[in-house]
Structures are given as C-alpha cells and as structure tokens.
Design a protein around this ligand. Structure first.
Ligand SMILES: Nc1ncnc2c1ncn2[C@@H]1O[C@H](COP(=O)(O)OP(=O)(O)O)[C@@H](O)[C@H]1O
Ligand SMILES: [Mg+2]
Length: 510
C-alpha cells in the first residue's frame, strides 16, 4: 500500500513542496529512504522507528521504501521525521490516509515521540500557504513564527500522539494565532543614547542621513575619538520596520536558527557587529547545511565592522558583490543558492597604524608608505561602495565639559522615521524601501537635477576625480538629504552635503 504526505524543503530563502511517499510491501524487513537525502534525513529512520514504538504504534516489519520527491533536490535536516512517520502509519493502515490530504507536516522527532523545533519554519509555511495547503502541523516551538502567515491554519504540537488524536478527530487541536499589530507596538529600550555623545555634530548628522536612506557609512578617526561609541548608538535611531521588511528579516533568522524561541516576528532592525577574526564563509554564509552569514543576518538592518583594516583581505573582498547587488550567492556542489543581504554597511577605522595621521593634537609617527599600506587594505572598489565617508575628530575638552543639552536618540529617530515614510510612499509601486536601493534607472527617475545642480556635480566630479559609481551614490544620498528636509526636489544645498560626504577618500587614499 502507498501513502503520500506533504512536507517542505528549502532552497535559499524559499520553500518548495516535498512529497513524502511511502510504499510498504512484502519481503525481507528493510527501511530505505531515497530522493537525495543527506545524513540527517537518512538517520531519521532510527528516530522514526523509536518514536513510533514509544507512541504505542508498531513499526511494520516489512519492506518500507520512502521516496522524497522531487528527487533532483537535496533534502537536508531532520524536519522530515514527522511526515515520514505519518506516511508510514497511513501506508500500514494504522491511521486513515484520507485525513492527510489537506495537511503539510514539519518536525524533528525525539526517540520518545516528542517534537523538536526545526529551522526555516517560517519560509516553509509561507510556501505551504502559497501552494494552497489548508493546514500545517509543526512543533510547538515553531508555532509562533508560523502563525504570522495568513490564510493557513497552523497547529503547534508537542508530540506525535497528540497529532494522531487530532487527525482521528478524537481530540482536535486549536489553531495558533498571533496578533501581528500588537507585535509592532512593543517599543524597544536601549541602555545607550546619542545624548551621551558630546559634540561630534557632523558625525551625528552623517549617521542620521545614512540611517534615513539606508546608506553605507565609514568613520575615520584617531583612537579614542568615539567611533565605537557612536556606532553602538546606531540601533537607537534605526527607522521602524515595516511588516514586509520584518517578514524578510524573520525568514532569514528562521533559516539560520537564530530566532529566539516563541518569537513570532522580529520587529526591530538587526544590528550585527562581528569580530574581525570572522572568516569569509562566516560573513557570506555557507556550510554543509547552508546557513546565511552575517551579511544576510543583517538584512534590512546594519552590519557594523569595527576597525575595518583588521579584517582579513578575503573577508573584505567577499563583501564587495553583496554590497552592490543586495544578495549573496553561495556555490554548492549541486547548484547555487542566494540569500538577500540588503544591509546598511557601517564601518570604522583609524587613518593609519599609529592612529594619529591628520590628528590636530598628536603627531603621527608613520611614514607615508606605512600610511598608504594601512589604508590600502581597504581597496578602491570597496571604498567606492561606501556612500558616506566621515571624519571623526577627537572631541574637544570644551564639548566634553559643556552642560548644553544634546539631542536624544528619540528626537533623531523621529526625523529618520519621517524621511523613511516619504520614501515608502514614493516607492510603493517599485517594491523598494529606501533610497539606497535605487537602481540606475530609478535614480534617473527620482533624483533628477536642474541645470544649476548639474553644474555643481560636474565641478565636483572633475575636482575630486570621482568614479561613475560615486556619481550614482551621491545622487542617492542627495535624495535622502532632501527627504530629511521634506523637499520634493533636490536643491543645491542637498547635493553639496552629499558631495561633501565623498571628499575624504582624497585625503587618505592618495
Ligand atoms: N564625544 C564624546 N562624548 C563623550 N564621551 C566620549 C566622546 N568621545 C569619546 N568619548 C569617550 O571615550 C571613550 C573611547 O571612545 P571609543 O568609542 O572607544 O573610541 P574609538 O572607537 O574611536 O577608538 C568612549 O567610551 C567614551 O567614554
Ligand atoms: Mg573603537
């Protein structure tokens, strides 16, 4: 007898339906799984057998063949335990097969029949809903994230026996629900605030612009000038997440297994600051069971690399393409997978080895070749992809002592949110969230300049020796400055501010 049960696999960020087919026939007792299973899937035999026995079912002493279709995609991880078990029970007529048609099942089983949470539940349930599946049964630990998906009944279960009772109609479970609106009402609180940073008005302004438009930013300054301190406060002014952005972020963290248990939706922007000892795969993603790296975990949020030149050269090179395309592509034996990585990139660095090149007080002890070697670690193409360069000067004693009230993060965030709202409204038909995501054609459409501004840009181009890439980036930043100003058009002052954020590379990189 044959039974068929639906489950789901993952390719990159998207799910695809997997049909779990089981055939039970006479012959020597055997248990085979075919359809490109990995080690974890093959080991599910032992878990399935034990879980059945310990849930008072008898594993059939016959020839069992499990096929996971489509056969050309590699099946990874332990989430097929549950569908395989149910298909075997149906094929051996211990439960009725006709009850299984409207369901998708996901979940790892422990030997005693308890269900363990799996990673990637959110994208798999989204896939189920898109394919018209009516119900999904999964481990209770995954129910909160899955319940965010509309148009499908989500049942979180503790163990196999509970599911059987539900399917038989003996003790139906009630679907899990979440109130999505209330999730967004939770205000996050931070221990740090921009009000702690005295002076540094120009850096704070540059950060506000960067955050408002999602632009990449690099801070250059001597040790102790407050670069790390400023960066730590970036999360406090990040704009609120929209529901669509939150769903993207949660999907990635669901796959990476970094979603805290009983979390429905991540509603604050991620802020990732990996140590400089990180490897290239750690940043880009990969592994035997592919996992998103830091670049993707920071999607729709911020990736901050403190002391940028300390990172390995291969690590820095691996960032170039994702920064440009907003996706990471990982090659695997059987094809490639892509993860989104549209993060705002923030970095800090000293201007030279001793740290005091260009400092107004301390003298730099580096020779010119040493300085170029140090900044040379940041290649031209990488630097080109950073829209905003800002110099952090050592804070003046007067500023430190000053009792003058400094602006709080909440005040800055309010302006940032307003500017984001303008962008969301403008790009609502383009599927974009912020200015940093504009393509070349969109730039021509939304960042048009009049003759006066064009002349200014041309002059800057000739004087600063800018690249074509810098041209587009200046326009995007100018668009953000105008949005912060509530201006429909980009005026000279907006453009001039954007150009000024590109003028530092000449000082340090030539
Ligand atoms: N503008 C400032 N206002 C208040 N404290 C500051 C300021 N700049 C630096 N500091 C103090 O100096 C310390 C060192 O700053 P840090 O961010 O570690 O510098 P950097 O990362 O540039 O080497 C901070 O922890 C803070 O106590
Ligand atoms: Mg530091």
């Amino acid at each position: 007898m044959i039974a068929r049960v639906k489950s789901c696999g993952l390719s990159g960020l998207d799910g695809y339906i997997v049909d779990v087919e089981v055939d039970i026939s006479m012959g020597l007792p055997a248990f085979d799984i075919v359809g490109l299973p990995d080690t974890a899937v093959r080991e599910s035999k032992e878990r399935v057998r034990a879980a059945m026995k310990n849930s008072s079912f008898a594993p059939p002493v016959k020839r069992i063949t499990v096929n996971l279709a489509p056969a050309d995609k590699k099946k990874e991880g332990p989430s097929y335990d549950l569908p395989i078990t149910l298909a075997i029970l149906a094929a051996s007529e211990q439960i009725k097969a006709q009850n299984l048609g409207d369901y998708m099942f996901l979940g790892e089983l422990s030997l005693d029949g308890q269900l363990r949470p799996v990673s990637g539940a959110l994208p798999m349930v989204i896939c189920a809903a898109q394919n018209g599946v009516k119900n999904v049964v999964l481990p209770r630990g995954n129910a909160d994230e899955a319940a965010v998906v509309g148009g499908i009944n989500v049942f979180g279960a503790d163990n196999l026996y509970q599911i059987i009772k539900h399917l038989r109609g003996d003790e139906p479970m009630t679907p899990n629900t979440v109130d999505v609106a209330s999730l967004f009402n939770v205000r996050s609180s931070y221990l740090v605030d921009f009000a702690d940073v005295k002076g540094q008005q120009n850096v704070k302004r540059a950060m506000e612009v960067a955050v408002a438009g999602g632009h990449n930013i690099i801070m250059i300054g001597s040790p102790g000038s407050g670069k790390s301190m400023l960066a730590q406060r970036l999360p406090t002014i990040l704009p609120d997440l929209t529901f669509d952005e939150a769903l993207e972020v949660t999907k990635i963290h669901s796959i990476a297994g970094t979603l805290p248990e009983h979390t429905s939706l991540l509603t604050t922007r991620p802020f990732r600051s990996p140590h400089h000892s990180i490897s290239a795969p750690g940043l880009a993603g990969g592994g035997t069971i592919p996992r998103p790296g830091e670049l993707s975990l920071a999607h729709n949020g911020v990736l901050f690399l403190d002391e940028l030149p300390e990172f390995g050269r291969d690590v820095l090179e691996v960032m170039r393409q994702p920064l440009e395309d907003g996706v990471v592509t990982i090659s695997r034996v059987n094809g490639t997978i892509t993860y989104p990585s549209r993060a705002m990139f923030a970095a800090s660095m000293n201007p030279c080895r001793c740290g005091y090149y260009g400092d107004s007080v301390r003298e730099c002890t580096c020779t010119p070749p040493q300085i170029s070697k140090y900044v040379g670690k940041i290649s031209g193409p990488l630097l080109d992809r950073i829209d905003i360069h800002v110099e952090v000067a050592s804070v003046k004693y007067g500023d430190l002592e000053s009792a003058e009230k400094t602006e709080t993060s909440a005040e800055i965030k309010e302006r940032v949110n307003k500017a984001r709202q303008i962008q969301l409204e403008r790009y609502k038909n383009d599927g974009l969230f912020c200015n940093a995501q504009l393509s070349s054609s969109a730039i021509r459409k939304y960042c048009a300049l009049s003759a006066e501004e064009k002349a200014l840009l041309r002059a800057a181009f000739d004087n600063l020796g800018l690249s074509a890439r810098a041209h587009d980036r200046i326009l995007k930043v100018a668009r953000t400055v105008a949005d912060l100003d509530g201006s429909e058009r980009i005026h000279t002052a907006h453009l001039a501010e954007a150009i000024q954020y590109r003028s530092l590379d000449r000082k340090y990189w030539q």
